[in-house]
Ligand binder design. Structure first.
Ligand SMILES: [Zn+2]
Length: 73
């Protein structure tokens, strides 16, 4: 799905993967990579969390509709 995806789909997918990996590391190892790099609840950290959330919404929407940029679901 992501191999022939457009740039928008790739960015959304990458953000979702970053969020999933970070959350997985928090659960498994109690290590929050995003907060370790950018600080606990700093503006940058919050922007990253926000973008991860938005990519989640975009992926949710993509279950029901095709991507407007590449026309692939
Ligand atoms: Zn696309």
């Amino acid at each position: 799905m992501l191999k022939q995806a457009c740039l928008f789909c790739k960015i959304v997918g990458a953000l979702a993967i970053i969020g999933a990996l970070n959350w997985g590391l928090v659960g498994l190892l109690n290590v929050n990579v995003v907060e370790r790099i950018f600080g606990e609840m700093t503006t940058v950290t919050r922007v990253i969390y926000g973008l991860v959330g938005l990519s989640g919404i975009a992926l949710l929407v993509s279950y029901f509709t095709v991507c407007p940029a590449c026309k692939k679901s």
